[in-house]
Design a protein around this ligand. Structure first.
Ligand SMILES: O=P(O)(O)OC[C@@]1(O)O[C@H](CO)[C@@H](O)[C@@H]1O
Length: 307
């Protein structure tokens, strides 16, 4: 089974307003609260496509309880490590007809006891075939926490998927995770690599493989996604422009949907990429992950090509 691990979950608050100005009361509307965090979003997407999954994460206070209850209502069970404090609320504001503001809190602090409990959980859970770790590290996390999480999964002979903006990623790919999912910002910030076109994508992906990456799903927002398994590269992009409301969660939906096909059958790359882009396009049209209602329609409108 694929377990997702969210070290720093969040309640996401999506809302809109016409204008943001300093020193005035900004009245907002359309507030939607949802249980989130990157790995939870991956789990919700896997579940949406019928792939069994469970959620691991550090949770605190009433917001942590709200996320756990919300996940369970969606049919995904959670094995929480409970911490002191309050799990963060992240704020996403759509302003006017197109600007987006993302206010992302640092999160509830964790300590060495919580870290140990998480490692023990990974060593103990039933039926672990893959650990997919997504998102930022919470305050208080040891510098080597990600390394220890990866090692614990390895001790269980489980595959590891990494989607993190942590600088540790450059080191961790030496441990040969099954898949990494950087976006363009992470590629630049963590690896100093820029992608503008097929040629620069080819060079960047080759560099990541040299550093140890086995498979790379590189998401580039409106410019689609590249996937490379070290011997071939594919690019996929919607042949239409979605009506963007909020880009939050799109990368997680893309990863979850890609994994929902590719993890079980590595030969179905093109199908996995088409689903991943259809999901990404549908997610940006709603607050949070949305309801995936257009995914089937969008699936046939994705251009997938092998370079
Ligand atoms: O601080 P992180 O973990 O990098 O990002 C957290 C977060 O912004 O990512 C998700 C969207 O990808 C949201 O659900 C959540 O609030």
């Amino acid at each position: 089974m694929i377990y997702t691990l969210t070290p720093n979950p969040a309640v996401d608050l999506n809302e809109s307003c016409d204008v943001v100005a300093a020193d005035t009361v900004v009245r907002t509307r359309d507030a939607v609260f949802t249980p989130n965090g990157k790995g939870l979003n991956v789990a919700f997407t896997l579940r949406r496509f019928g792939v069994p999954t469970r959620i691991l994460g550090f949770f605190a206070g009433f917001t942590g309880d709200y996320i756990i209850a919300g996940a369970q209502r969606m049919g995904v069970s959670v094995i929480p490590v409970k911490c002191k404090g309050i799990t963060r609320v992240n704020l996403f504001v759509s302003v006017g007809s197109g600007e987006e503001y993302k206010f992302v809190n640092e999160g509830a602090k964790i300590d060495a006891t919580a870290e140990r409990e998480m490692i023990e959980t990974i060593l103990d859970v039933a039926d672990l075939s893959c650990l997919s770790i997504s998102g930022s590290m919470p305050p208080g996390a040891s510098v080597d926490l990600l390394d220890r999480l990866v090692d614990a999964a390895r001790d269980r002979d489980a595959e590891v998927v990494l989607d993190t903006s942590s600088e540790r990623l450059a080191e961790l790919i030496r441990r040969r995770p099954l898949l990494i999912k950087p976006n363009d910002d992470e590629l630049r910030d963590v690896f100093g690599l820029d992608v503008r076109d097929d040629a620069t994508a080819r060079a960047a992906l080759a560099r990541l493989h040299e550093m140890g990456a086995r498979n790379v799903l590189l998401t580039l927002g409106a410019h689609g996604a590249y996937f490379s398994d070290g011997s071939a590269i594919w690019h996929a992009v919607p042949a239409f422009e979605p009506m963007v409301l909020s880009t939050a969660c799109a990368g997680d939906g893309a990863l979850g949907s890609f994994l929902s096909i590719w993890f079980a059958d590595r030969s179905r790359v093109e199908e996995a990429l088409a689903l991943c882009q259809a999901v990404g396009a549908n997610v940006v049209e709603s607050a949070g992950l949305g309801d995936f209602s257009c995914v089937e329609e969008y699936r046939s409108r994705i251009c997938v090509r092998r370079l």
